[in-house]
Design a protein around this ligand. Structure first.
Ligand code: SF4
Length: 381
């Protein structure tokens, strides 16, 4: 089957089957761009409320460029991969500076923005400006490799380049059709097919508009494509976290401005290994000797990429007159609500809710000794 026929089938299918997603109701390049960045590594149903809130609070490039970084991180809290949020703001500032606040139209200019790669540039150029720019993400790779039963690792240059060429032929064929919004429709059709029909396990081939043209299906080998290399084994990581209280306040600190979860807030924590000795000793080294006997409180398990992380949380009261070790500040529960935490530590804040915080360790929730202003984010790693 030629590209023109395939493009036509895909566009017809998308016109009938596309999900009604909030960012599909706009062709504003800013809104499209924000949605594409949020959707990287994150599921659609998770992104919807984030996108809607973001667009309410930061409705355009200028608003994002002007925003405080704390507001940007708070709006992103829970989406993970926080570098994406920082890149969005850096790009918005660059658009204001170099393009007078107007989103650039040329793919090369879009791709020159911080955090924007070939995929995102192609998505914005095609969806917002209807330009015949290809896209290639995990969903599209799956659809195209199955359709053509394409052998090889799609992350390797030979097959990856071939897939980009196929994607380009398809979107160009759609453009040549001359329908309104053809490039946008074709690229979104490919993404949508991968997201709701050509699933990683258990593709719904009976619902697929291109099933009669699919070579993987004809061979009964849908699951063999794409031919991705085996995943590296999971790596266990163990952390100790200390929730330190003084009256109704909690000791928190801001993460360094570089590295993982840069600029986010957290309770003092440290990765530990077998050589670090007993956990209570780790707690004391982490915050200083002024704490009462720490008690094990909770264990949080979560995964980030291949890391399987266990965070063992201790609680302790601070008894000394001076401050705990390291940079940080005392904050009430109400104040913690306004800070952007890493996802695991946000769970701790939730668990500290009024009932919990009013327990043995705290005497009063909403009042306590006056605090000094918090220190600036650390620049160390
Ligand atoms: Fe994917 Fe099945 Fe459609 Fe082939 S027929 S593209 S494997 S859903």
């Amino acid at each position: 089957m030629n590209s023109a026929d395939l493009a036509r089938i895909l566009m017809d299918w998308f016109a009938l089957q596309a999900r009604d997603l909030p960012w599909r109701r706009t062709s504003d390049p800013y809104g499209v761009w924000v949605s594409e960045v949020m959707l990287q590594q994150t599921q659609v149903r998770t992104v919807i409320p984030y996108w809607e809130r973001w667009m309410r609070e930061l409705p355009d490039v200028e608003a994002l460029a002007r925003a405080e970084e704390d507001q940007v991180l708070k709006l992103w809290e829970g989406l993970g991969y926080y570098r994406r949020a920082r890149h969005l703001q850096a790009a918005a500032r660059l658009i204001v500076e170099r393009h007078r606040g107007r989103f650039p139209r040329r793919p090369a200019e879009i791709q020159a923005l911080p955090g924007v790669g070939r995929y995102t540039a192609g998505a914005v150029a095609s969806i917002a400006f209807n330009q015949p720019e290809p896209i290639l993400d995990g969903n599209v790779v799956r659809v195209l490799t199955r359709l053509g039963a394409l052998v090889g690792d799609p992350r390797g240059a030979p097959l990856r380049d071939r897939l980009w060429r196929i994607a380009k032929h398809l979107v160009q064929a759609a453009a040549d059709e001359g329908r309104p919004e053809a490039c946008s429709q074709l690229n979104q059709a490919l993404m949508e097919l991968g997201a709701i029909v050509c699933l990683p396990s258990g593709p719904q081939c009976e619902l697929c508009p291109v099933r009669t043209h699919c070579r993987a299906r004809a061979k009964g080998r849908q699951q063999d494509f794409p031919m991705l290399p085996a995943r590296p084994p999971p790596v266990p990581v163990r952390m100790i976290v200390v929730v330190l209280t003084r009256g109704a306040r909690f000791w928190v600190r801001r993460r360094p401005l570089e590295g993982v979860n840069a600029g986010l807030w957290e309770f003092p924590s440290v990765e530990v290994g077998a050589a670090d000795g007993d956990e209570v000793g780790v707690c004391r080294r982490l915050t200083g000797a002024g704490m009462a006997q720490p008690t094990a409180w909770w264990e949080i398990r979560h995964a980030i990429t291949r890391f399987r992380i266990t965070q063992k949380v201790y609680r302790a009261e601070w008894r000394a007159a001076d401050r705990p070790a390291g940079q940080g500040c005392w904050r009430t529960l109400t104040q913690l609500e306004d800070l952007a935490f890493t996802a695991a530590h946000r769970r701790i804040v939730r668990r500290l809710g009024p009932a919990s915080a009013a327990g043995a360790l705290s005497t009063s929730l909403r009042s306590g000794p006056a605090t000094k202003p918090c220190s600036k984010p650390r620049r160390d790693t």
